[in-house]
Design a protein around this ligand. Structure first.
Ligand code: T1G
Length: 679
């Protein structure tokens, strides 16, 4: 069966793509489309053409795996130009997603129909690219610049209904009638004298969209895209649609695309795309391993984590029972869940009815026996091993056999928790990140006896609650937090060399991380684990806490904070640090931002190498996925392991040696062989 097939429905030629899983526009698809259009042109019996796709979606874009390889014709722009030049009307019949090159194909068609559930978008910017097959020139001509600009610069898809409202889709059709509706629509326009040609349209380009318009757009939309190169290139390309004739505009688009596709950022973001998809694959689990049914979830603890975790399952349509020891914290937890939903509803994410449906699926309780019938129970209680063991022993006695018991611990040994139960094969870690209803990352901790079915069930559940799940072995702090520790140690060591906390933080925020270690410390509270009774000014943190500089909560920590929690360097802290440096007898040092950054990040990478060497992570790209989705590592660098590959493992090894660190043999070996973490 060829990827592109054609059939005649009377005088309408139906061209169908069948290239699972997402009808990516690889070479064979492009060739097949070009041939079909040429055949239609040569066949007088054909009066109109419909392009449609088999499977779960319309074309989901160019084949990303082809990027970086020598191009093989026909090119997508050529295929789209041949569609647009057809004298017989071409109708795109859209279901699932029309994304990137897929929407560009549809824009080359003269008409577009879609089922209501379809999504349409140009997500290229998320891959560090821009639409490179005419999308930046045709979309503004079809829907206007105001509607096109956010679609291209932000890359988020829109619904078919929204697409119809802006004139991108000509007609919405019934979900199960797409092919027939396509033929009917094509037949209905076949006799028209002319057909709309996107590239020739100027009626929607409008006027007076000057620098002020684009500057205002930058101000409102680019703040969250700081550090990404592609958004600005997208704006430049859309401007070309206004300022230049189509033929010149597509040349501008092509030049911008060529620069981006060859750049490090796009290579990094394409790596991230495939890394997130690879993370869901578990080595060594037979394909026929069953996924266990999970309809009702129990949550122990209605605090910040417990409440956020509960929302994931409620939002996904599941029944949740949430347990607390006392009424007050239980009521507080439930009201915070409602407040969070209502805040999201006020931003249009949920309807009031959906909020009530989610809250309706929540059962608060003070009685652990109410968890007996749950299929999965997740504990989010105090981070103490004795407390955890006690909870697991009780749950094991109460919850029905065959139910999964999970811990939301951030560091502790899940094997020890499993060992106090009679069902260790049903025990694992599910480490959510705060706020748990927002953060995409879920570290799935595979304990020594966790069964393949339980692991596979956890991964399937993660997808159901829209999390990016990464499998970690049992080790202190799993993948993310384990790598955070050497960075924190390096930061504290630099303080003792007289490097200012704000210079250290700025080195990381300058690199693109959301926060530096001392900002994080102030946010979490410097008195976390601090004991007032025993404190004796031995460490910088002791002294700061003794002076009631406990972080944002006291308005002073490593920084001083104003009433809007804006931070500023503190002379008092500078003096405290200087005193410690003087007492150590070392001469204060000064380092460049790059040096500071390397001293913080190289030890993390070294720890990442140890994690890989021990098999605590399945692959280097999993570590990248953890740091991007759990710790805000800038995606345009690809994650810590990909970044290390980019700067060269030999450079990392050289730096670690210079900073006096023991280099992981796994890392040293790869560097010596000129290899990369991500092959
Ligand atoms: N190319 C190659 N492989 C792709 C692909 C693509 N465009 N899209 C998906 N896959 C693979 C994916 O790796 C996975 O493989 C499988 O398909 C299922 O994907 C010139 C420059 C469509 C919304 O950015 O957003 O067009 O892991 O797990 O959750 O202007 O896939 O099974 O081996 O994600 O149902 C622009 C990318 C390209 C859309 C479906 N298009 N895809 O989500 O499945 S650039 C995109 C998606 C471009 C032109 C430019 C999603 C999806 P495996 P999945 P899903």
């Amino acid at each position: 069966m060829s990827i592109i097939s054609t059939r005649k429905d009377g005088d309408v030629l139906v061209v169908t793509s069948n290239n699972p899983p997402v009808n990516a526009l690889g070479q064979a698809v492009r060739k097949g489309l070009a041939d079909a259009i040429a055949a239609a042109a040569a066949d007088d019996a054909v009066k109109a053409i419909v392009i449609t796709c088999e499977g779960r979606t319309f074309f989901a874009g160019a084949d990303i795996t082809e990027f970086g390889k020598p191009p093989v014709g026909p090119s997508l722009p050529d295929v789209i130009n041949s569609i647009e030049a057809s004298t017989k009307p071409v109708v795109a019949a859209i279901h699932g997603t029309a994304l990137g090159g897929g929407l560009e194909v549809a824009l080359g068609c003269h008409y577009r129909i879609a089922v209501a559930s379809a999504k349409l978008g140009l997500p290229e910017v998320k891959l560090g690219l821009l639409p490179g097959a005419g999308g930046t020139q045709r979309l503004p001509r079809v829907v206007g610049v105001e509607a096109a600009l956010p679609m291209i610069v932000k890359g988020d898809p829109i619904s078919a209904a929204a697409a119809e409202r802006i004139g991108l889709v000509d007609k919405l059709v019934a979900e199960d009638q797409l092919a027939e509706s396509g033929v009917d629509f094509a037949r209905s326009v076949a006799s028209a004298a002319t057909h709309p040609v996107s590239s020739a349209r100027t009626d929607r380009l409008g006027s007076g969209l000057d620098d002020a318009f684009f500057d205002n757009f930058r101000k409102t939309e680019l703040r969250r895209l700081k550090g990404f190169e592609a958004p600005e290139a997208c704006i430049e390309a859309v401007r070309a649609a206004i300022d230049q004739p189509f033929a010149k505009g597509v040349k501008t688009e092509r030049a911008l695309f060529g620069k981006l596709v060859a750049g490090t950022q796009s290579r990094a973001l394409r790596h991230v795309f495939f890394a997130e998809r690879a993370a869901g694959k578990i080595d060594g689990i037979p394909a026929d391993t069953p996924v266990l049914p999970v309809a009702r979830v129990g949550i122990l603890g209605a605090g910040t984590m417990g409440g956020g975790i509960a929302m994931n399952f409620l939002t996904a349509g599941m029944e949740v029972t949430i347990l607390e020891r006392e009424q007050v914290p239980l009521d507080r937890g439930v009201s915070i869940i409602r407040k969070n939903y209502e805040r999201s509803a006020s931003r249009g994410k949920f309807t009031a009815e959906q909020v009530e449906q989610c809250m309706g699926r929540l059962t608060p309780t003070l009685d652990m026996n109410d968890l007996a019938d749950c299929d999965l129970v997740i504990e989010a209680v105090f981070e103490n091993m004795d407390v955890k063991k006690e909870v697991f022993a009780k749950l094991d006695a109460i919850v029905k056999p065959g139910a999964i018991l999970a811990s939301n611990t951030s560091y502790l040994n899940v094997d020890e928790m499993a060992a106090v139960t009679t069902r260790p094969e049903f025990v694992l870690g599910l480490h959510f990140f705060s706020p748990a209803n927002v953060m995409r990352l879920l570290e799935v901790v595979r304990a020594g006896k966790t069964s393949p079915a339980v692991l596979k069930t956890a991964m399937a559940l993660a997808k159901k609650v829209a999390k990016v799940a990464v499998v970690s072995g049992v080790c202190h702090g799993f993948i993310g937090n384990r790598m955070l520790s050497p960075r924190q140690q390096a930061a504290n060591a630099m303080l003792m060399q007289g490097i200012k906390p704000w210079d250290i933080d700025d080195a990381l925020t300058g690199f693109g991380l959301p926060m530096g270690p001392f900002q994080m410390a102030d946010l979490a509270g410097l008195d976390l684990g601090w004991n007032k009774e025993t404190s004796n000014g031995e460490t910088i943190r002791d002294v700061l806490c003794e002076r009631d500089r406990r972080g944002q909560k006291t308005g002073r920590g490593f920084y001083d904070y104003d009433e809007n929690r804006r931070r500023s360097p503190s002379q008092e802290v500078e003096a405290v640090i200087a005193a410690f440096v003087a007492k150590s007898g070392q001469a204060p040092q000064s380092l460049s931002a790059e040096d500071i950054r390397n001293r913080l990040l190289f030890p993390m990478i070294n720890e990442g190498a140890r994690i890989l060497d021990e098999g605590m992570a399945q692959r280097a790209s999993d570590i990248d996925t953890v740091w991007i989705n759990g710790y805000g590592w800038p995606a345009y660098t690809g994650g810590p392991m990909f970044w290390a590959d980019t700067i060269g493992l030999d450079v990392v090894v050289g730096g670690l040696k210079a900073f006096g660190h023991d280099v992981s043999p796994y890392l040293a070996d790869k560097a010596a062989k000129g290899e990369r973490f991500n092959s």
